[in-house]
Design a protein around this ligand. Structure first.
Ligand SMILES: *Cc1c(COP(=O)(O)O)cnc(C)c1O
Length: 433
């Protein structure tokens, strides 16, 4: 299958090129030229299928022309070494828990799949591939863990010194092996600038293979469709999938975009809700038809602090740039930090379920917008213990830290100190080439 750019000014690309390059030459986002529909038999049977088998069928519809069946099977089963269960929170509201992976956030699915697909495409090549990633916290941990131990690939995670939480920091500084953490004396923007300069440096690119593990990569966003099919299957098993509303706490809109691709493949979802924190550019687009990017605002649900969501371009393209089509399928919601806090407290008191600040936006939107007869499922995008200080403080509890998170915290921190001066970073990379 070929991939076109949302800007329509770059040549069509193979899957291999789209995965290795990430962004098209015209700086557009790659889209598959076709979206294959799943068969009626697949949907008839889905309630009896396991998550991994469902995911393999969906993966085949996207990648089956470009990856051999055994390779794809290994890739999917190896990626999904954990479950994404659907948990009932109250009457007609369910949580799709996406935090059972190694770093306790949904980004594990996309990062693990991308690492394995990249490895599949570069196998047999002698030269190692170097993945550079700048992080303000969560992306670094998902990418580092997704690529951990993947042969032929070395990952450099650049993060701002003293500006990521201790829990986040230990998730990428204690791994060792093919993961090198670089502690930059600067802010997140300095880290990103170092990565961008490296990609533009000709001598560096001549000496070593550099690539990014950016969230706009097709291999990171498309696999996120898997767990929406699983959510439908599990609800169907429970007899609760007839008028399904899916609500996704959104920042860069990659996660909801994957759900929309699932819908295009025939997944019977009645409608969608994109829940935002105070960063509500998409909400305003739905109301007015105008897309007006804003500087991002810092909030309690910080993984959604995005003022110009990159996957808007994909959603816009998917529905032929029609505001009417988009706003009739998707509704919006936007919540202040105060409302997020209130929602976390109210849900905990009423049901005992502990929401994280991101999931709280999703839960609240369902509570406000579900109609009679509808069943709502919202994504719990991260484990609440990842935000332990905030959650404990808001709910007055002492939330237990899951064992796999504790294991990271026991490891020894290893990182390379770096200035924000590109000459130093360049010298460091050259010394490793
Ligand atoms: C990344 C992230 C989001 C936002 O997902 P998008 O795909 O960028 O919309 C929401 N919640 C958490 C916990 C995240 O890490």
């Amino acid at each position: 299958m070929e991939y076109y750019s949302t800007n329509r000014k770059a040549p069509l690309a193979t899957l291999r090129k789209a995965v290795v390059k990430g962004l098209a030459e015209d700086r557009g986002l790659y889209m598959p030229e076709r979206i294959n529909r799943m068969s009626k038999a697949f949907f008839d049977n889905i309630g009896k299928m396991r998550f991994q088998d469902i995911a393999y069928n969906v993966a085949e519809a996207f990648f089956g022309e470009d990856v051999d069946p055994d390779g794809l099977k290994d890739l999917v089963y190896d990626t999904l070494s954990f479950d994404c269960p659907v948990v009932r929170v109250k009457e007609n509201i369910y949580a799709l828990e996406l935090f059972h992976g190694p770093t306790l956030a949904f980004k594990d699915v996309g990062a693990r799949f991308m690492a394995r697909l990249l490895q599949y495409f570069i196998r047999g090549e002698r030269q190692e591939v170097n993945v550079l990633v700048a992080t303000s916290g969560d992306t670094g941990s998902a990418v580092a863990n997704g690529f951990l131990g993947v042969e032929g690939i070395h990952v450099y995670v650049l993060y701002p010194k003293g500006k990521v939480s201790p829990i986040q920091e230990c998730q990428f500084t204690t791994l060792g092996r093919n993961i090198t953490a670089i502690e930059v004396d600067g802010v997140f923007d300095d880290c990103q600038a170092l990565v961008k300069s490296a990609f533009m440096d000709e001598e560096l690119n001549g000496r070593m293979k550099l690539t990014s593990a950016n969230s706009i990569n097709v291999a990171r966003f498309l696999p996120q469709a898997f767990y929406y099919f699983n959510a439908y299957a599990r609800l169907k098993e429970m007899g609760a999938a007839d008028e399904l509303v899916v609500c996704v706490p959104s920042g860069n809109f990659g996660n909801i975009c994957a759900a929309l691709f699932g819908h295009e493949m025939g997944l019977p979802i009645k409608r969608f809700i994109a829940a935002n924190n105070a960063n509500d550019v998409f909400y305003h687009y739905l109301q007015t038809g105008q897309y007006e990017p804003q500087p991002s605002k810092q909030t309690l649900a910080n993984a959604m602090d995005v003022g110009d969501p990159s996957n808007f371009a994909r959603i816009y393209d998917l529905y032929g740039q029609s505001h009417e089509r988009i706003s009739s399928l998707i509704s919006g919601a936007t919540y202040s930090d105060e409302l997020i806090r209130q929602t976390m407290r109210q849900c905990y008191e009423e049901t005992g379920y502990v929401l994280d600040p991101h999931g709280a936006c999703g839960y609240r939107a369902l509570q406000e917008q579900l109609k009679a007869g509808e069943v709502g499922v919202f994504c719990e995008t991260a484990h609440p213990a990842k935000f332990k200080e905030k959650v404990d403080d808001i709910l007055g509890i002492d939330i237990a830290i899951p064992e796999r998170l504790q294991a990271f915290m026991k490891g020894t921190k290893q990182s390379v100190p770096m200035t924000k001066d590109f000459a130093d970073f360049r010298q460091f990379l050259l010394s490793r080439s």
